[in-house]
Design a protein around this ligand. Sequence first.
Ligand SMILES: O=C1O[C@H](COP(=O)(O)O)[C@@H](O)[C@H](O)[C@H]1O
Length: 268
Amino acid sequence: MSRNVRITLHPSFDVLAATTAARLITRLLDVQGERGEATVVLTGGSVGIATLKAVAESPARLAVDWAKVNFWFGDDRFVPADSPDRNARQAREVLLDHIGTDPARVHTMAASDEVDGLDAAAADYTAQLEAAARLEWENDDDATSEQAPTVPRFDVLLLGLGPDAHIASLFPEMAGIRSHGVPVVGVSNSPKPPPSRVSLTLEAINTAQEIWIVAAGADKAAAVGLGLAGANPVQVPASGARGVTKTLWLLDQDASAKVPGQLMRRDR
Ligand SMILES: O=C1O[C@H](COP(=O)(O)O)[C@@H](O)[C@H](O)[C@H]1O
């Protein structure tokens, strides 16, 4: 296993969400201290949204300047904007609407009643990412690349994990996980409802400085085991996620059942 991959075990779903929230607050605080602003890519799903709720409930959240945090989404469901299935709506309800975010820094994927089809939604998010990346590049005196990158710097990118080892909306054997050369894809016929989605590609995900894969529950154990065993990402998308500086697998007890004991570290 690569040196920058770490696995941390937590005793329960609630402890996992609370600890991931604490980690996120601390990381954003540290990055803001270094760079003035910080960027996080959010995930939907059970632990992803519970983590955001835990951030909202933590007194430590007050240490972060939320108006200087850039928010992106790893995926969203292509349904109407007010649908409870929207990851963006869930994130707003539990956190983003309560902490004084700057609306210009909250970058959501287009909903089905906002654009004409999945391709338009993918193109719209691609354009949002490119615009942010260009601005960052133009303002970076230390930039070494001759061209602006296609995605901005992601300090932390959160990923939930499906029982089939999907991450974001990249499902095993489907077109999305095979995509190259683009940062965003439209996903149709998703095996998990709703069927139409928009997702960052693995290439875009892997530009993140730190990737945190959060998973809880016995139904995730096989996916965690395969993901850590280095299976082919086309069959096991989670195994392809690798942060530039760090990849954390943050697990509860049940999700860790198929991870070799010597790889795990228990948070206390
Ligand atoms: O559909 C999705 O599922 C995954 C995992 O969700 P979970 O409820 O099984 O934890 C999530 O990461 C993704 O963002 C979401 O759109």
